[in-house]
Design a protein around this ligand. Structure first.
Ligand SMILES: Cc1cc2nc3c(=O)[nH]c(=O)nc-3n(C[C@H](O)[C@H](O)[C@H](O)COP(=O)(O)O)c2cc1C
Length: 321
């Protein structure tokens, strides 16, 4: 680890300028740990519903479990109710996250439609209230992850970023799309640059970073302090080590697949770990020209032994275009 931090979030030194973006169903402890080992600078948990925290939902233990080696760790919360967010953050404080992040970007209807996630972008006064109350009640940095607005006609990224900063927020991640875009179209990097120019807390740029070269392009274009990578890291966590997929050797891929599978089984148990690993496995093998039957055989294997045996037999050659 370099001795000089790249930047700070509040008092917390951050080493590195690429970050695995929070992803429901993906950024669990096994995936975060390996991304962190490869160079991701912060571990963000999958988002967690404040209501679930207050109700003590049984899945929370797994969603919020982290290894010491992952620090700094950010717990990400979502809700539309400032009071519940505060109560949930206070309840999670004893689990000693380094940072608490408020999700203001989730576009799925069951979240944004009830005013949580990207739904909060339509209520800037609530955002002010959330950041004011959490930053006053908690002794750790509170950050936010936003989209650039609800839709093209209501872009408010600069206003929202200023509100977050003015109310004590310690960093802002900006996914350069509107809620209406969901995951379609191009991310608006100009908007990320506008946020960076408007605030003095760290800004993370997010959206459409698939290749190592995109990291530099994003930083150059926006001036952001760090780049967050979501989909581009699935099947290629080496992006955090500065490698594109075509630069990763076949033995490295095989070793990573087995390592990741083993970590999933250690974390979730043998059966569930294998089932949940399949979506990662599909992405690890996607660059290869495997036929459907080969893919299916691998991805439906029911034990780690079968999976390993089938993987060993597969020739992993890049698909010819
Ligand atoms: C499967 C999936 C799950 C996601 N879950 C979350 C989440 O829990 N919290 C969050 O802030 N963003 C979530 N996102 C959004 C990503 O963090 C990121 O902002 C978005 O995918 C754009 O980045 P990308 O172009 O690098 O994929 C999710 C995205 C995907 C594809």
């Amino acid at each position: 680890m370099p001795s000089e931090p790249s930047f700070h979030i509040g008092p917390i030194p951050i080493h590195g300028r690429t970050i695995l973006s929070p992803m429901d169903g993906f950024s669990d402890q096994p995936f975060r740990s390996l991304a962190r080992r490869l160079g991701s600078a912060i571990s963000y948990t999958e988002f967690v519903n404040a209501l679930d925290v207050l109700n003590g939902h049984p899945h929370l233990e797994r969603r919020l479990a982290f290894l010491k080696t992952e620090r700094p760790v950010t717990f990400q919360l979502f809700d539309d109710d400032p009071g519940r967010l505060l109560q949930a953050a206070l309840k999670l404080r004893p689990f000693e996250p380094d940072i608490i992040d408020i999700n203001m970007g989730c576009s799925v209807r069951c979240v944004s439609g009830r005013g949580a996630g990207a739904g909060l972008l339509r209520e800037p006064a609530k955002i002010a209230q959330i950041f004011h109350s959490l930053t006053h009640a908690l002794d750790l940095p509170i950050t936010g992850k936003i989209r650039i607005g609800w839709d093209e006609d209501s872009l408010n990224h600069v206003d929202v970023a200023r509100i977050i900063e003015d109310n004590g927020g310690a960093a802002i991640a900006v996914h350069g799309r509107t809620k209406a875009q969901a995951y379609r179209g191009q991310a608006n990097w100009d908007a990320i640059a506008e946020v960076k120019a408007a605030v003095s807390i760290p800004v993370f740029g997010n959206g459409d970073v698939r290749l190592v070269a995109d990291i530099g392009r994003m930083r150059e274009h926006t001036g952001c302090d760090a780049v967050m990578i979501a989909r581009g890291a699935i099947g290629n966590p080496w992006i955090f080590a500065g490698l594109d997929r075509h630069e990763v050797t076949e033995p490295q891929v095989r070793a990573m697949v087995l390592d990741h599978l083993q970590a999933m089984q250690a974390f979730y148990g043998a059966e569930l770990g294998l089932v949940l690993f399949r979506k990662h496995a599909a992405r690890y093998i996607s660059p290869y020209g495997l036929d459907t039957a080969q893919r299916e055989q691998l991805l439906t294997s029911e034990t780690a032994e079968d999976f390993t045996r089938i993987l060993d037999q597969l020739a992993l050659q890049p698909a010819v275009a």
